[in-house]
Design a protein around this ligand. Structure first.
Ligand code: KG4
Ligand code: ZN
Length: 337
Protein backbone atom coordinates (compact mmCIF):
# COMPACT_ATOMS: atom_id res chain seq x y z
CA UNK A 1 0.00 0.00 0.00
CA UNK A 2 1.29 3.46 -0.82
CA UNK A 3 1.58 6.03 1.90
CA UNK A 4 -0.67 9.05 1.43
CA UNK A 5 -1.10 11.27 4.46
CA UNK A 6 0.81 10.71 7.70
CA UNK A 7 -1.45 12.68 9.98
CA UNK A 8 -5.12 12.13 10.56
CA UNK A 9 -8.16 13.52 12.27
CA UNK A 10 -10.71 10.75 12.26
CA UNK A 11 -14.36 10.86 13.23
CA UNK A 12 -15.09 7.35 14.46
CA UNK A 13 -18.45 5.71 15.12
CA UNK A 14 -19.10 2.54 17.12
CA UNK A 15 -22.55 0.93 17.49
CA UNK A 16 -21.78 -2.81 17.42
CA UNK A 17 -23.60 -3.72 20.64
CA UNK A 18 -25.17 -1.60 23.37
CA UNK A 19 -23.01 1.53 23.39
CA UNK A 20 -23.64 4.35 20.95
CA UNK A 21 -20.28 6.08 20.64
CA UNK A 22 -18.58 8.69 18.48
CA UNK A 23 -15.07 10.08 18.86
CA UNK A 24 -12.56 12.36 17.20
CA UNK A 25 -9.04 10.92 17.31
CA UNK A 26 -5.90 12.64 16.08
CA UNK A 27 -3.02 10.61 14.62
CA UNK A 28 -4.36 7.41 16.16
CA UNK A 29 -3.08 8.48 19.58
CA UNK A 30 -4.83 11.57 20.89
CA UNK A 31 -8.47 11.52 21.91
CA UNK A 32 -10.05 14.89 21.16
CA UNK A 33 -13.48 13.60 22.18
CA UNK A 34 -15.01 10.22 23.01
CA UNK A 35 -18.77 10.29 23.65
CA UNK A 36 -20.30 7.05 24.92
CA UNK A 37 -24.07 6.73 25.38
CA UNK A 38 -24.44 3.45 27.26
CA UNK A 39 -27.68 1.51 27.07
CA UNK A 40 -26.87 -0.63 30.08
CA UNK A 41 -29.82 0.62 32.16
CA UNK A 42 -32.17 -0.08 29.28
CA UNK A 43 -31.07 -3.72 28.99
CA UNK A 44 -30.71 -4.42 32.72
CA UNK A 45 -34.43 -5.27 32.95
CA UNK A 46 -33.89 -8.08 30.41
CA UNK A 47 -30.70 -9.36 32.11
CA UNK A 48 -28.83 -9.07 28.79
CA UNK A 49 -28.66 -7.07 25.58
CA UNK A 50 -31.98 -7.13 23.70
CA UNK A 51 -30.96 -6.66 20.03
CA UNK A 52 -34.10 -4.89 18.71
CA UNK A 53 -34.15 -2.54 21.68
CA UNK A 54 -30.44 -1.81 21.14
CA UNK A 55 -30.79 -0.83 17.47
CA UNK A 56 -33.82 1.36 18.19
CA UNK A 57 -31.92 3.24 20.90
CA UNK A 58 -28.90 3.67 18.58
CA UNK A 59 -31.21 5.33 16.03
CA UNK A 60 -32.59 7.68 18.69
CA UNK A 61 -29.24 8.94 19.93
CA UNK A 62 -26.68 8.56 17.11
CA UNK A 63 -27.11 12.07 15.67
CA UNK A 64 -26.72 13.75 19.05
CA UNK A 65 -23.71 11.58 19.94
CA UNK A 66 -21.89 12.42 16.69
CA UNK A 67 -22.75 16.10 17.09
CA UNK A 68 -21.42 16.11 20.64
CA UNK A 69 -18.19 14.37 19.59
CA UNK A 70 -17.53 17.10 17.02
CA UNK A 71 -18.46 19.87 19.45
CA UNK A 72 -16.20 18.56 22.21
CA UNK A 73 -13.35 18.32 19.72
CA UNK A 74 -14.13 21.91 18.61
CA UNK A 75 -14.42 20.73 15.04
CA UNK A 76 -16.77 20.68 12.14
CA UNK A 77 -16.93 17.92 9.54
CA UNK A 78 -14.71 20.03 7.29
CA UNK A 79 -11.84 19.53 9.75
CA UNK A 80 -12.18 15.74 9.57
CA UNK A 81 -9.97 13.68 7.20
CA UNK A 82 -11.87 10.42 7.35
CA UNK A 83 -14.99 8.77 8.77
CA UNK A 84 -14.35 5.38 10.39
CA UNK A 85 -17.04 3.00 11.55
CA UNK A 86 -17.31 -0.47 13.08
CA UNK A 87 -18.64 -2.84 10.41
CA UNK A 88 -18.45 -6.04 12.52
CA UNK A 89 -18.46 -8.25 14.42
CA UNK A 90 -21.59 -7.33 16.34
CA UNK A 91 -25.37 -7.21 16.26
CA UNK A 92 -26.61 -6.69 12.72
CA UNK A 93 -29.27 -4.09 13.56
CA UNK A 94 -26.90 -2.12 15.78
CA UNK A 95 -24.05 -2.18 13.26
CA UNK A 96 -26.39 -0.96 10.52
CA UNK A 97 -27.18 2.24 12.41
CA UNK A 98 -23.51 3.21 12.70
CA UNK A 99 -22.55 2.17 9.18
CA UNK A 100 -25.46 4.06 7.62
CA UNK A 101 -24.67 7.15 9.66
CA UNK A 102 -21.03 7.00 8.56
CA UNK A 103 -21.95 6.44 4.92
CA UNK A 104 -24.34 9.39 5.03
CA UNK A 105 -21.66 11.71 6.44
CA UNK A 106 -19.01 10.47 4.02
CA UNK A 107 -21.32 10.92 1.04
CA UNK A 108 -22.64 14.33 2.08
CA UNK A 109 -19.18 15.76 2.82
CA UNK A 110 -17.19 13.76 0.28
CA UNK A 111 -14.97 12.25 2.96
CA UNK A 112 -13.08 8.94 2.81
CA UNK A 113 -14.80 6.08 4.63
CA UNK A 114 -13.16 3.18 6.49
CA UNK A 115 -15.00 0.12 7.85
CA UNK A 116 -13.18 -1.16 10.94
CA UNK A 117 -13.16 -4.52 12.70
CA UNK A 118 -14.41 -4.13 16.29
CA UNK A 119 -11.75 -6.56 17.61
CA UNK A 120 -9.03 -4.53 15.90
CA UNK A 121 -10.49 -1.49 17.65
CA UNK A 122 -10.02 -3.19 21.03
CA UNK A 123 -6.45 -4.13 20.05
CA UNK A 124 -5.69 -0.49 19.12
CA UNK A 125 -7.10 0.86 22.39
CA UNK A 126 -3.54 0.26 23.65
CA UNK A 127 -2.30 3.00 21.32
CA UNK A 128 -4.48 5.44 23.26
CA UNK A 129 -2.58 4.75 26.49
CA UNK A 130 0.37 6.64 27.93
CA UNK A 131 2.65 3.66 27.25
CA UNK A 132 1.97 3.68 23.50
CA UNK A 133 5.52 4.98 22.86
CA UNK A 134 6.96 1.86 24.44
CA UNK A 135 5.16 -0.63 22.18
CA UNK A 136 7.52 -2.90 20.24
CA UNK A 137 6.42 -5.84 18.10
CA UNK A 138 5.74 -8.66 18.51
CA UNK A 139 3.17 -8.15 21.25
CA UNK A 140 0.76 -10.73 22.53
CA UNK A 141 -2.76 -9.35 22.86
CA UNK A 142 -5.49 -10.96 24.91
CA UNK A 143 -8.84 -9.64 23.72
CA UNK A 144 -11.24 -10.48 26.48
CA UNK A 145 -14.76 -9.09 26.15
CA UNK A 146 -18.43 -10.01 26.21
CA UNK A 147 -18.19 -11.59 22.76
CA UNK A 148 -14.55 -12.66 22.50
CA UNK A 149 -11.70 -14.30 24.33
CA UNK A 150 -8.87 -14.45 21.81
CA UNK A 151 -5.07 -14.50 21.84
CA UNK A 152 -3.37 -12.73 18.94
CA UNK A 153 0.31 -12.32 18.27
CA UNK A 154 0.68 -8.92 16.64
CA UNK A 155 3.88 -8.79 14.60
CA UNK A 156 3.37 -5.32 13.07
CA UNK A 157 0.57 -2.83 12.50
CA UNK A 158 -2.35 -4.76 11.04
CA UNK A 159 -0.44 -8.10 11.15
CA UNK A 160 -1.98 -10.73 13.39
CA UNK A 161 -1.53 -14.41 14.07
CA UNK A 162 -4.46 -16.01 15.87
CA UNK A 163 -3.04 -18.32 18.54
CA UNK A 164 -6.21 -19.42 20.25
CA UNK A 165 -9.58 -18.45 21.59
CA UNK A 166 -12.64 -19.60 23.43
CA UNK A 167 -14.26 -22.81 22.30
CA UNK A 168 -17.61 -21.85 23.84
CA UNK A 169 -18.53 -18.88 26.07
CA UNK A 170 -16.44 -15.73 26.04
CA UNK A 171 -15.02 -14.73 29.44
CA UNK A 172 -17.33 -11.70 29.67
CA UNK A 173 -20.30 -13.85 28.75
CA UNK A 174 -19.35 -16.23 31.60
CA UNK A 175 -19.12 -13.27 34.01
CA UNK A 176 -22.54 -12.08 32.87
CA UNK A 177 -24.16 -15.54 33.12
CA UNK A 178 -22.68 -16.23 36.56
CA UNK A 179 -23.68 -12.74 37.68
CA UNK A 180 -27.26 -13.61 36.74
CA UNK A 181 -27.06 -16.96 38.61
CA UNK A 182 -25.86 -15.07 41.69
CA UNK A 183 -28.67 -12.52 41.40
CA UNK A 184 -26.28 -9.63 40.70
CA UNK A 185 -27.19 -6.66 38.51
CA UNK A 186 -26.41 -6.75 34.76
CA UNK A 187 -23.71 -6.73 33.51
CA UNK A 188 -22.23 -9.35 35.81
CA UNK A 189 -18.56 -8.53 35.10
CA UNK A 190 -18.30 -5.21 36.96
CA UNK A 191 -20.63 -6.51 39.71
CA UNK A 192 -18.44 -9.58 40.34
CA UNK A 193 -15.28 -7.43 40.17
CA UNK A 194 -16.74 -5.22 42.90
CA UNK A 195 -17.99 -8.04 45.13
CA UNK A 196 -15.11 -10.54 44.82
CA UNK A 197 -12.65 -8.79 47.19
CA UNK A 198 -15.07 -9.36 50.07
CA UNK A 199 -15.28 -13.11 49.33
CA UNK A 200 -13.00 -16.10 49.85
CA UNK A 201 -11.48 -17.02 46.50
CA UNK A 202 -10.52 -20.50 47.70
CA UNK A 203 -13.95 -21.35 49.12
CA UNK A 204 -14.90 -23.38 46.02
CA UNK A 205 -12.56 -25.13 43.61
CA UNK A 206 -14.08 -24.58 40.19
CA UNK A 207 -12.60 -26.12 37.01
CA UNK A 208 -9.74 -24.18 35.34
CA UNK A 209 -9.93 -25.78 31.90
CA UNK A 210 -6.20 -25.39 31.29
CA UNK A 211 -5.40 -29.08 31.02
CA UNK A 212 -4.31 -29.10 27.38
CA UNK A 213 -1.27 -27.30 26.09
CA UNK A 214 -3.07 -25.33 23.37
CA UNK A 215 -4.06 -21.69 23.63
CA UNK A 216 -7.80 -22.23 23.61
CA UNK A 217 -10.20 -21.46 26.43
CA UNK A 218 -13.46 -22.98 27.59
CA UNK A 219 -15.73 -21.33 30.14
CA UNK A 220 -19.09 -23.08 29.78
CA UNK A 221 -18.06 -25.93 32.14
CA UNK A 222 -17.10 -23.37 34.76
CA UNK A 223 -20.49 -21.70 34.50
CA UNK A 224 -22.19 -25.12 34.87
CA UNK A 225 -20.03 -25.90 37.93
CA UNK A 226 -21.10 -22.63 39.57
CA UNK A 227 -24.73 -23.40 38.74
CA UNK A 228 -24.39 -26.88 40.32
CA UNK A 229 -22.76 -25.44 43.44
CA UNK A 230 -25.58 -22.93 43.83
CA UNK A 231 -28.14 -25.76 44.00
CA UNK A 232 -26.59 -26.85 47.32
CA UNK A 233 -27.80 -23.69 49.01
CA UNK A 234 -31.05 -22.20 50.13
CA UNK A 235 -31.75 -19.39 47.63
CA UNK A 236 -31.73 -16.74 50.36
CA UNK A 237 -28.52 -18.01 51.92
CA UNK A 238 -26.24 -18.02 48.87
CA UNK A 239 -22.61 -17.24 49.81
CA UNK A 240 -22.59 -14.78 46.90
CA UNK A 241 -19.22 -13.13 47.61
CA UNK A 242 -17.40 -16.47 48.06
CA UNK A 243 -18.94 -17.87 44.87
CA UNK A 244 -18.11 -14.69 42.94
CA UNK A 245 -14.50 -14.66 44.19
CA UNK A 246 -13.98 -18.39 43.50
CA UNK A 247 -15.46 -18.09 40.00
CA UNK A 248 -13.42 -14.99 39.19
CA UNK A 249 -10.21 -16.71 40.33
CA UNK A 250 -10.91 -19.69 38.06
CA UNK A 251 -11.43 -17.43 35.02
CA UNK A 252 -8.30 -15.41 35.79
CA UNK A 253 -6.14 -18.48 36.34
CA UNK A 254 -7.12 -19.83 32.91
CA UNK A 255 -6.53 -16.47 31.20
CA UNK A 256 -3.18 -15.81 32.89
CA UNK A 257 -1.84 -19.35 32.42
CA UNK A 258 -2.53 -19.48 28.68
CA UNK A 259 -1.38 -15.91 28.09
CA UNK A 260 1.91 -16.62 29.86
CA UNK A 261 2.48 -19.78 27.81
CA UNK A 262 1.74 -18.02 24.53
CA UNK A 263 3.88 -14.97 25.35
CA UNK A 264 6.88 -17.11 26.20
CA UNK A 265 6.52 -19.48 23.25
CA UNK A 266 6.28 -16.61 20.75
CA UNK A 267 8.92 -14.26 22.11
CA UNK A 268 6.48 -11.41 22.81
CA UNK A 269 8.02 -8.16 24.09
CA UNK A 270 4.91 -7.40 26.13
CA UNK A 271 1.38 -8.55 26.88
CA UNK A 272 -1.56 -6.32 26.04
CA UNK A 273 -5.05 -6.84 27.42
CA UNK A 274 -8.10 -5.25 25.81
CA UNK A 275 -11.89 -5.53 25.93
CA UNK A 276 -14.40 -5.17 28.74
CA UNK A 277 -13.01 -7.93 30.97
CA UNK A 278 -9.55 -6.31 30.91
CA UNK A 279 -11.07 -3.69 33.23
CA UNK A 280 -11.17 -6.40 35.90
CA UNK A 281 -8.91 -5.33 38.76
CA UNK A 282 -7.93 -8.80 39.89
CA UNK A 283 -7.12 -9.88 36.34
CA UNK A 284 -4.86 -6.83 35.91
CA UNK A 285 -3.15 -7.46 39.22
CA UNK A 286 -2.61 -11.19 38.67
CA UNK A 287 -1.42 -10.82 35.07
CA UNK A 288 1.06 -8.10 36.08
CA UNK A 289 2.28 -10.07 39.09
CA UNK A 290 2.71 -13.43 37.37
CA UNK A 291 4.30 -12.38 34.09
CA UNK A 292 7.88 -11.20 33.82
CA UNK A 293 7.02 -9.15 30.70
CA UNK A 294 5.45 -5.68 30.72
CA UNK A 295 1.67 -6.02 30.95
CA UNK A 296 -0.35 -3.12 29.51
CA UNK A 297 -4.05 -2.37 29.49
CA UNK A 298 -6.17 0.70 28.73
CA UNK A 299 -8.00 2.86 31.25
CA UNK A 300 -11.35 1.23 32.17
CA UNK A 301 -13.41 3.50 29.89
CA UNK A 302 -11.30 2.39 26.91
CA UNK A 303 -11.63 -1.30 27.86
CA UNK A 304 -15.36 -1.41 27.20
CA UNK A 305 -16.82 -0.44 23.84
CA UNK A 306 -16.00 3.07 22.62
CA UNK A 307 -15.43 4.86 19.33
CA UNK A 308 -11.96 6.24 20.18
CA UNK A 309 -10.47 2.76 19.75
CA UNK A 310 -12.08 2.54 16.30
CA UNK A 311 -10.44 5.86 15.40
CA UNK A 312 -7.08 4.56 16.67
CA UNK A 313 -7.33 1.42 14.52
CA UNK A 314 -8.46 3.43 11.51
CA UNK A 315 -5.46 5.79 11.69
CA UNK A 316 -2.90 3.17 10.62
CA UNK A 317 -5.06 2.04 7.75
CA UNK A 318 -5.80 5.61 6.66
CA UNK A 319 -2.13 6.66 6.56
CA UNK A 320 -1.33 3.49 4.61
CA UNK A 321 -3.75 4.59 1.93
CA UNK A 322 -6.62 2.19 2.55
CA UNK A 323 -10.02 3.57 1.51
CA UNK A 324 -13.39 1.82 1.39
CA UNK A 325 -16.21 2.54 -0.99
CA UNK A 326 -19.65 3.70 0.03
CA UNK A 327 -20.87 0.18 -0.77
CA UNK A 328 -19.44 -1.40 2.37
CA UNK A 329 -21.93 -3.46 4.28
CA UNK A 330 -22.06 -4.68 7.86
CA UNK A 331 -20.55 -8.12 8.57
CA UNK A 332 -21.98 -9.40 11.89
CA UNK A 333 -19.48 -12.28 12.09
CA UNK A 334 -16.47 -10.43 10.67
CA UNK A 335 -13.18 -12.19 11.42
CA UNK A 336 -9.94 -10.35 12.14
CA UNK A 337 -7.85 -12.72 10.06
O1 KG4 B 1 -15.73 -4.96 25.27
P1 KG4 B 1 -17.12 -4.92 25.78
O2 KG4 B 1 -17.68 -3.59 26.23
O3 KG4 B 1 -18.14 -5.47 24.73
C1 KG4 B 1 -17.86 -6.49 23.83
O4 KG4 B 1 -17.20 -6.23 22.81
O5 KG4 B 1 -18.30 -7.62 24.15
O6 KG4 B 1 -17.20 -5.98 26.97
C2 KG4 B 1 -18.34 -6.15 27.74
C3 KG4 B 1 -18.07 -7.30 28.71
C4 KG4 B 1 -19.29 -7.70 29.54
O7 KG4 B 1 -19.40 -9.10 29.49
C5 KG4 B 1 -18.95 -7.22 30.94
O8 KG4 B 1 -19.51 -8.00 31.97
C6 KG4 B 1 -17.44 -7.34 30.94
O9 KG4 B 1 -17.05 -6.92 29.65
N1 KG4 B 1 -16.81 -6.47 31.94
C7 KG4 B 1 -16.11 -6.94 32.99
C8 KG4 B 1 -15.71 -5.80 33.74
N2 KG4 B 1 -16.17 -4.68 33.09
C9 KG4 B 1 -16.85 -5.11 31.99
N3 KG4 B 1 -15.80 -8.19 33.36
C10 KG4 B 1 -15.08 -8.35 34.50
N4 KG4 B 1 -14.68 -7.32 35.26
C11 KG4 B 1 -14.96 -6.04 34.94
N5 KG4 B 1 -14.55 -5.04 35.69
ZN1 ZN C 1 -16.16 -4.80 22.40
Amino acid sequence: MSSTKQTSRILAIETSCDETSAAVVEDGRTILSNIIASQVDLHAQFGGVFPEVASRRHIEVIHAVVQQALEEAHMGLDDIDCIAVTRGPGLVGSLLVGVNMAKGLALARNKPLLGINHIEGHIYSLWLTEQANEIEFPVLTLVVSGGHTELYLMTDHGQYKHLGGTLDDAAGEAFDKVGRLLGLPFPGGPAIDKLAPSGNATAYKFPRAVMDDGYNFSFSGLKTAVSRQIKHFDKNKLPVADLAASFQTAVIEALVTKTAWAAEAHGATAVHMAGGVSANRELRRTMTQQLSLPVRYPTPILCTDNAAMIGAAAHWQFVNGRRDTLNIDVIPSLQLI
